[in-house]
Ligand binder design. Structure first.
Ligand code: CA
Length: 367
């Protein structure tokens, strides 16, 4: 209750400040807009109520409703309930629905550069991505990229660092990747292909069966929380880390540009603040749930995650940079986004090496 009042109070303050100095006519337009109720539909790329990402989308809708005191009401649809999951981008672009929740790498067919706003192999983690998006020029490039599609994007969730995945055989050397049939989407798929593997894109709901029946030798999904929920430990023996292909996945909210811009200023601010809250909230949720699930996997199911060998990671990293450079050479917008991303990652690595990493290493020292 306190929180709602606080936000309401902020909204009223912003409105007063915004009206100061306006003519009478503008005041009446603003106040009629201020009383309007906006009923929106949000489609998502997630199965309905999917733990983590889907729940985060539900919470985002509720938060916007509460913070706006019901002036924006949002009905959330899981993937396939209103439009197929991978048509969310078009549905918002064409104003079939007002907003969507998903991940930018799903739209690489629309704009290759979109992938940089979700996950990049050997790219930035959640902390670095947020720094780049909010304070390193990343979000501006993202808005520019989506503007021709009539869309406004906002960071609205993060899974944190993922796992490398579940494997039916041990990975001891690069040789073990040859011929490996693995569920892995996005840029990571191209990297695995160059390492001699066979990437397959299987929707989340089919991963378990494909792995269990031997149609797949390996599959990456997300991390302990979602992997435990899917029962993947029953379908494959070896669980590897780290998720080199998804050092984090930034999730997005996308808005139809006209619909977003037709909101009064205070509601635009509430929507964006709610996205920022969702971004932070989901990372906290994943971190809390992953550590719990990791314990359950170990204590109840005997799953002990293994690190990928250094030589394998080193080669995958080389191949990742090859893939990114080639993509940048083919597409002007990728070249611009990648230049910004790469420079930010380079600089932030220098800082994180002597802060987060040095500190974390010291925390793990033997007593
Ligand atoms: Ca994944």
């Amino acid at each position: 209750m306190k929180r709602r009042n606080l936000i309401k109070g902020l909204g009223a303050g912003a409105l007063v400040a915004g009206l100061a100095g306006c003519g009478q006519e503008q005041v009446s337009t603003a106040s009629s807009k201020n009383q309007q109720t906006f009923r929106w539909k949000m489609v998502t790329t997630w199965p309905p109520n999917f733990p983590g990402a889907g729940v985060g989308a539900n919470r985002l809708a509720k938060r916007i409703e509460k913070a706006s005191n019901g002036r924006i009401q949002i009905k959330v649809y899981g993937g396939g309930e209103l439009v197929p999951a991978y048509e969310a981008f078009d549905a918002v672009s064409s104003d079939t629905v007002q907003m969507a929740h998903g991940a930018a790498y799903y739209w690489k067919g629309k704009a290759a550069a979109a992938q940089f706003f979700a996950a990049v192999p050997f790219g930035m983690n959640a902390q670095e991505m947020n720094a780049w998006l909010y304070y390193g020029g990343g979000w501006e490039l993202w808005r520019e990229l989506y503007a021709p599609f009539n869309l406004v994007p906002a960071p609205a969730g993060n899974t944190g660092t993922q796992m490398a995945g579940w494997f039916n055989k041990e990975i001891n050397s690069l040789e073990d990747l040859k011929g490996l049939k693995m569920r892995i989407p996005g840029l990571g798929a191209e990297v695995l292909k160059r390492a001699g593997g066979t990437p397959v894109n299987v929707p989340g709901a089919e991963v378990f069966t494909a792995l269990q029946t031997g149609n797949l030798d390996a599959a990456e999904w997300i991390g302990p929380y979602n992997d435990l929920a899917f029962g993947l430990y029953k379908a494959a023996k070896y669980y590897y880390y780290p998720g080199w292909h998804e050092p984090c996945a930034t999730l997005e909210a996308i808005f139809n540009k006209q619909r977003f811009e037709s909101l009064p200023d205070d509601l635009q601010e509430i929507v964006m603040l709610s996205c920022q809250a969702a971004n932070n909230d989901m990372l906290a949720d994943y971190t809390a749930q992953n550590q719990r699930a990791l314990r359950v996997l170990a204590l109840e199911h005997g799953v002990i995650p293994k690190p990928l060998p250094e030589a394998v990671l080193r080669r995958l990293k080389q191949l990742s940079y090859e893939v990114l450079e080639e993509l940048a050479a083919k597409d002007k917008m990728v070249a611009r986004v990648y230049a910004s991303y790469r420079e930010f990652q380079h600089n932030t690595s220098q800082w994180l090496a002597i802060s987060e990493k040095a500190y974390f290493d010291s925390r793990l020292l033997d007593n």
